[in-house]
Design a binder for this molecule. Structure first.
Ligand code: SF4
Length: 434
């Protein structure tokens, strides 16, 4: 009987991509891939350390899988393992600690493992890593949207973030490897690719042969791919040339996740973000000049150390001025090892919760206004799945979630939809007969 492997990611899309790729490496060696809930012989846990809560969840999962099968080999990879290998080694049940480098070697490491040798720690220095580690997904299930990792690492060192220490400096995937994977995705029926990375905005900055705009243009040229998104960009990427180039590429979706974090200049400076609200406003104006219907989503942290009520109100007012289609709100959580966590002017949890609640309500109002503005209009929807009998769910290019009725299977099909009404964060429409 084949050995069983479960590979699971906590945290971001990059982790999810990598965990899927790791599962494939094991499958190629004859392992059966099972769910994290199942009894497996090998568990690979890809950890997240963005918040202390991420650390806790990672530790809980390690203990849980070891309880499922006390004889299993548990290998811990990812950001938490990279930044705190001793802490991970001390968690009962851990056999291997691998970090964010050498994930492509994980099968060999597991197979070389000898229980009698105790916990093995393979974590090495990531801060001088300069090469993008090849790790790719070949086993393609029939889905609509594929995530594709094109970049690793971050060299920004925002004052609240541990990621540059966990992932090391920026490394961009070679353009020929990106394109080879996009072609495979297209050949296997995927219609939409989402270019992801730890800091996609810096794609190409470590290479002489490619820029972010150029890799998007090359992906655009791949036949069969109909939609392109990227996970997140920053205002300093959005120049007139960039906005113009995106508008000239019809497959690039008119939806941009433009990272904000705060709408107050004082807080942005203390966060060590490398833009201010004036620059952000200019970026938004450029995107809207060339892509007038573009949806903008963002992340905002509330309750950063020293954020006064006035600072918070400024931040919220700026967000309302921009008019996002959705804000992902994060109450600030101090992360050990970062400068912001050392500050003495931390805010009480109650204040963070209250601001978080208030901004989520503001975000919901913006989402509703954005969706309502589309009622009566027609938009193209790429359908992904059936959510109830004869009701299909999909997304427009500007990332509205849409439900529509059909007796025909709409999975993985693009259809024009006439928008009828909005309920919560979902628009309901009817398919336009062609
Ligand atoms: S840009 Fe800032 S917040 Fe984003 S990963 Fe880099 S350091 Fe962290």
């Amino acid at each position: 009987m084949n050995q069983k492997i479960a590979s699971y990611a906590l945290g971001c899309k990059v982790n999810q991509y990598e965990s899927e790729a790791i599962a494939e490496l094991f499958a190629e060696k004859g392992y059966d891939v099972v769910s994290i809930e199942d009894q497996a012989d090998v568990y690979i846990i890809n950890t997240c350390t963005v918040t202390n809560f991420g650390d806790k969840k990672s530790r809980q999962l390690i203990r849980k899988v070891k309880r499922q099968n006390p004889d299993a080999i548990v290998a811990v990879v990812g950001c938490y393992a990279q930044t705190a290998p001793e802490e991970i080694s001390a968690v009962e049940g851990v056999n291997l600690v691998i970090g964010t480098k050498d994930k492509s070697q994980v099968v060999k490491m597991v197979e070389d493992y000898r229980k009698e040798m105790g916990v093995q720690n393979f974590v090495t220095d990531i801060m001088h890593e300069r090469v993008f580690e090849p790790l790719e997904i070949k086993r393609l299930q029939n889905r609509t949207r594929a995530y594709l990792k094109i970049q690793d690492g971050c060299s920004q060192f925002c004052s609240y973030c541990i990621i540059p220490y966990a992932r090391g400096p920026i490394r961009s995937r070679a353009p020929q490897d990106v394109i080879a994977e996009v072609k495979r995705l297209a050949e296997n029926g995927f219609r939409e690719v989402v270019l992801t990375g730890i800091h996609v905005a810096s794609y190409g900055k470590d290479r002489k042969d490619i820029t972010l705009t150029e890799i998007i243009q090359q992906v655009h040229a791949v036949e069969g791919i109909e939609r392109i998104r990227f996970s997140s960009i920053e205002p300093n990427v959005v120049t007139e040339e960039f906005a113009q180039a995106m508008a000239a590429l019809p497959k690039v979706c008119d939806h941009f996740h433009l990272s904000l974090q705060s709408g107050c200049d004082k807080t942005l400076e203390q966060m060590r973000r490398r833009y201010d609200t004036a620059q952000y406003r200019r970026a938004v104006a450029l995107l809207r000049k060339y892509l007038p219907d573009a949806a903008l989503t963002t992340d905002i942290i509330v309750g950063f150390p020293g954020e006064s009520e006035e600072d918070y109100q400024q931040s919220k007012a700026f967000a309302e001025e921009i008019g996002f289609s959705k804000i992902h709100v994060f109450p600030y959580s101090p992360k050990k090892g970062t400068p912001a966590a050392e500050r003495k002017d931390q805010l009480p949890n109650a204040v963070k919760q209250q601001r978080s609640h208030d901004l989520i309500l503001a975000s919901e109002r913006m989402t509703e206004a954005f969706l309502q503005a589309h009622v009566g209009k027609q938009k193209e929807v790429l359908f992904e799945r059936m959510v109830s009998p004869d009701v299909y769910e999909g997304h427009t290019t500007n990332y509205m979630k849409v439900h529509a009725k059909s007796t025909e299977d709409l999975t993985n099909q693009c259809k024009m939809v006439h928008m009828l009404k909005v309920e919560g964060e979902t628009a309901f429409g009817e398919i336009v007969k062609s």
